[in-house]
Design a protein around this ligand. Structure first.
Ligand code: 3PG
Length: 210
């Protein structure tokens, strides 16, 4: 079941990070992602509107696959699944959330930055993880180095990924998709310029498309 969702993210190649500034913008923003050819949203818990926004997207933009981002607690994980999320992304390797996801057969992409994090995920049987903060922790160079001892692991680099370096990341064989806020430029989001968001998604897609 999770294989299907992972395969879908792998096909899309890019996972936009969405931090909602209001509940009302959830639907037009999600529709812009869909129009831009990237029908997936990692809605983060950095905003108090996350849960309500997820529910709106679930109900009104069903073509967009929801994942929860910046998940810090099992309570947030549970609430996001109830609100329609198909997976969980955490900034760190948080064992309680990983265990909750594994016990409940929920897709989990835990944050890893260094070999000891990657190994914790490996020991849990996970083969797909987030690599965060990607640029600050060595970016492409670090991912290439990790491929030696962790050749089975596939990464979602996030943190400082942009249209500028997206091609370098997606070219790596141990990168299954790239993530970040760049498909939702903050100026466009603030201005409610949803066409600009759709265009940023198209630009991102053009780079990651096989
Ligand atoms: C994350 O939580 O994945 C990152 O903070 C996203 O970083 P970005 O804004 O540099 O894409």
């Amino acid at each position: 079941k999770n294989d299907q969702e992972l395969h879908y993210l792998e096909q899309l190649g890019v996972v936009p990070l969405v931090t909602l500034h209001s509940v009302e913008e959830a639907v037009p923003l999600a529709q812009a992602l869909e129009r831009g050819g990237v029908p997936v949203a990692e809605v983060t818990f950095r905003s108090p509107y996350a849960i309500e926004g997820m529910k709106r997207i679930r109900d009104e933009v069903p073509g967009v696959t929801l994942v929860a981002g910046t998940v810090h607690t099992v309570e947030q994980a549970k609430a996001s699944i109830e609100a329609g999320c198909k997976g969980l992304v955490t900034p760190a390797f948080t064992e309680a959330i990983v265990d909750y996801a594994l016990e409940n057969d929920i897709l989990i992409l835990p944050g890893t930055a260094v070999p000891s994090d990657v190994d914790k995920a490996y020991q849990k049987g996970l083969r797909y993880v987030k690599f965060f903060p990607a640029e600050a922790y060595g970016g492409v160079k670090t991912l290439k180095a990790l491929n030696g001892p962790f050749a089975e692991m596939k990464f979602l680099p996030t943190g400082g990924v942009s249209l500028k370096n997206a091609a370098d990341y997606i070219a790596l064989k141990n990168v299954f998709a790239i993530g970040g806020s760049f498909p939702v430029p903050s100026a466009a989001q603030k201005a409610h310029d949803w066409d600009a968001v759709a265009q940023a998604c198209k630009d991102a897609r053009a780079i990651v498309e096989p």
